[in-house]
Design a protein around this ligand. Structure first.
Ligand code: GLA
Length: 640
């Protein structure tokens, strides 16, 4: 325990101590790379599979009420969507009235949630009748708060209805300073099962904010700057979210809770959200626009190794049903839904279901596509082909079959070829495809030509002869690989995300800049910077691309041998230090390479791992590096 605290402290001191200070990079320390024999990504809470449900925000914004929420819940039950897996019914922003000053207890807006009136133990407001109602219908109930003192509505959309009322202090309805009290109230007393914790209160209330100057809110010197990782106090943000995670464990002894972190990909949350939360937002809000959907999709599609059973990437809620995804745009609605399913995204309907037509309900209830999202192996899709025009996503299912999606991002038809190599199948065997929209079956060998309509996503399951007959490549099982330390010392913004005109800014300013720290992270089948894996002039289509000074944790599902070809990747730029690859089994060193320099040929490693539960893959340089070079675990595989 003391060691952990000391390590955290050291990292805190090496990292950003406060915004505005000179920021030192968090160089990977020798003790970060030391094997632990443990799986460090979060497994607490109830998110073994990506959660499914409904959330009020995209449908009603702050104009939410008990009547609207229960009407949607009823339709989910009656239409059969509940039986298909949609279980969480979540209230977003807009439920609160004030924080009572005598004891800090949160008071519900009874004008919109009438069943809360007088329902508490001392006649206070309580959501218990509301959550009882949802539970009786077989649902789980979700609530919403903010990590700061104030809400996103107060900071960004204060003209919307149902804003908190009263004095400055009464309107401080966020968790800050009240974490234990509020989490106890929401879970132990009111019976909620999920909380979404937003971050606007620690982002948008500097002393210079006009509403702060006007005396409406207390200033909160921002610790999050979504535009600038350098101006974000990452350890401080993380500590606040950790406090909530700890309180959730305390007040949910049965562990049946879901912790939704909403930091929009800021604060280097990719590196740590997976260790604390059950779902973690990767971007700012989605809107009902095609290009905005592309934007949000791109913030998850290169993060496959950062999603596991227990903690998933969250590209935001579905907008199926509205705008570019409404009835007259069913192709777009289908694409949005299929892509979210492939990415193991939470499937939260964000639609006023009272308006839903039969085709829309059928789309959301497509059991074959839901099964892809809910596949127990928990592998997020990996990009097997990647351009700005077409992407091919492949997801390895628990039974060894693949789900594959061919996605046309553009508004013109385009021809595409699906190859056996994309699927890591052999070119000479028969591959059986089943179209998940139509149920149509077809076979091919080698490659299949297809035409994609504008904005179309073809989605199939594929069964065929595997290239690796007696095991799985690690890049086929991202759900079992955790980049505990990914080697990123100076978090950098992700440049490959589609930059959309935002509905709220239009074309004011200079356009969307790269955001959402993620560049340089561990990757399946490419280098951390999206290049082809290559060692000593030899290319590899399969493998894990990491940075030096990284440590991956791999769950071993009963395999006997780990094999790989290792080396400094040809994309290395610094090249000043050789790298050494080491394989550990349950904390013990099993094998290591000699130091390998730029240009050295790939070196084979073959390591018995029978009976080992956690394999750790560590790449080290002798001295810490500010910008570590890419290092490659090529063809990394577990075999029987
Ligand atoms: C933020 C979140 C949204 C929603 C609103 C509510 O913008 O990202 O998902 O919760 O706040 O105000």
């Amino acid at each position: 325990m003391r060691n952990v605290t000391q390590r955290r402290l050291r990292r805190f001191l090496l990292g950003a101590a406060s915004v505005g200070a000179t920021l030192a990079p968090t160089l990977a320390l020798a003790d970060d790379l030391a094997p632990t024999g443990r799986w460090s990504a979060n497994t607490a809470g109830a998110a073994q599979l990506p959660p499914m449900g409904w959330n009020s925000w995209n449908a009603f914004y702050t104009d939410v009420s008990e009547e609207k929420v229960l009407a949607s819940a009823k339709i989910i039950a009656d239409s059969g969507l509940q039986a298909k897996g949609y279980r969480y019914i979540d209230i977003d922003d807009g439920w609160w009235l004030k924080r009572r000053q005598t004891d800090g207890r949160m008071i519900i807006r009874t004008a919109t949630f009438p069943s809360a009136k007088g329902a508490g133990p001392g006649g206070e407001t309580s959501f218990k009748p509301f959550t009882d109602r949802l539970h009786a219908l077989g649902f789980k109930a979700g609530i919403y708060s903010d990590i700061g003192r104030n809400s996103c509505g107060q900071v960004f959309t204060s003209t919307m209805p149902n804003q908190p009322e009263g004095t400055v202090a009464e309107r401080e309805i966020g968790l800050y300073g009240h974490v234990d009290q509020d989490i106890r109230l929401y879970f132990a007393e009111w019976g909620f099962d999920l909380i979404k914790v937003d971050g606007c209160g620690v982002r948008g209330l500097p002393a210079t904010n006009p509403a702060v100057i006007a005396g409406k809110y207390r200033a909160f010197p921002p610790i999050v700057d979504p535009e600038s990782l350098g101006r974000t106090n990452i350890p401080a943000v993380r500590a606040l979210y950790q406090e909530v995670g700890d309180a959730l464990k305390r007040h949910n002894p049965d562990m049946d809770y879901l912790y939704s972190i909403c930091l929009w990909g800021s604060s280097d949350v990719r590196a740590w959200g997976k260790n604390l939360g059950n779902i973690s937002r990767t971007s700012e809000d989605i809107s009902a626009s095609w290009t905005r959907m592309l934007h949000n999709f791109d913030t998850v599609s290169r993060r496959a190794l950062y999603a596991h059973p227990g903690g998933w990437n969250d590209p935001d809620m579905l907008f199926v049903g509205t705008g570019d995804f409404e009835m007259s745009h069913l192709e777009e609605a289908r694409s949005h839904f299929a892509l979210w399913a492939m990415e193991n995204a939470p499937l939260f309907i964000g639609y006023d279901l009272r308006k839903a037509s039969k085709p829309m309900i059928d789309l959301l209830g497509n059991a074959r596509i839901i099964a892809v999202n809910q596949d127990p192996a928990g592998n997020q899709a990996v990009l097997a082909y990647d351009t700005d025009d077409v992407q091919i996503l492949v997801k390895t299912l628990a039974n060894g079959d693949k789900a594959v999606a061919l996605f046309n991002r553009n508004a013109v038809p385009i021809d595409a070829v699906l190859t056996a190599e994309h699927l890591k199948f052999t070119t000479d065997g028969t591959i059986a495809l089943e179209d998940l929209w139509t149920g149509r079956k077809q076979d091919f060998r080698g490659e299949a030509k297809m035409t994609l309509a504008p904005h179309q996503t073809l989605i199939f399951t594929a069964r065929g002869p595997r290239l690796l007959t007696n095991g799985l490549y690690l890049s086929e099982q991202p759900g079992s690989v955790n980049p505990a330390v990914d080697g990123v010392t100076v978090p950098e913004h992700e440049p490959l995300v589609h930059r959309a005109v935002s509905g709220w800014n239009s074309t004011r300013g200079g356009g969307d800049r790269p955001r959402y720290g993620g560049w340089g992270g561990a990757q399946a089948d490419t280098t951390p910077y999206g290049e082809t894996l290559q060692i000593g002039g030899k290319r590899f289509t399969t493998g894990l691309g990491v940075l030096a000074n990284s440590r991956l944790e791999v769950r071993n599902h009963g395999f006997a041998r780990f094999t790989t070809m290792v080396g400094l990747d040809d994309s290395a730029r610094d090249r000043s230090q050789p790298v050494r690859f080491a394989v550990y089994g349950d904390g013990k060193l099993l094998q290591q390479s000699k130091p390998l320099r730029f240009g050295d040929a790939a070196v084979p490693m073959s390591v018995p791992v029978q009976g080992v539960k956690i394999i750790e893959l560590v790449v080290r340089t002798a001295q810490p590096m500010r910008f570590p070079d890419p290092a490659t675990w090529a063809d990394a595989a577990l075999t029987r």
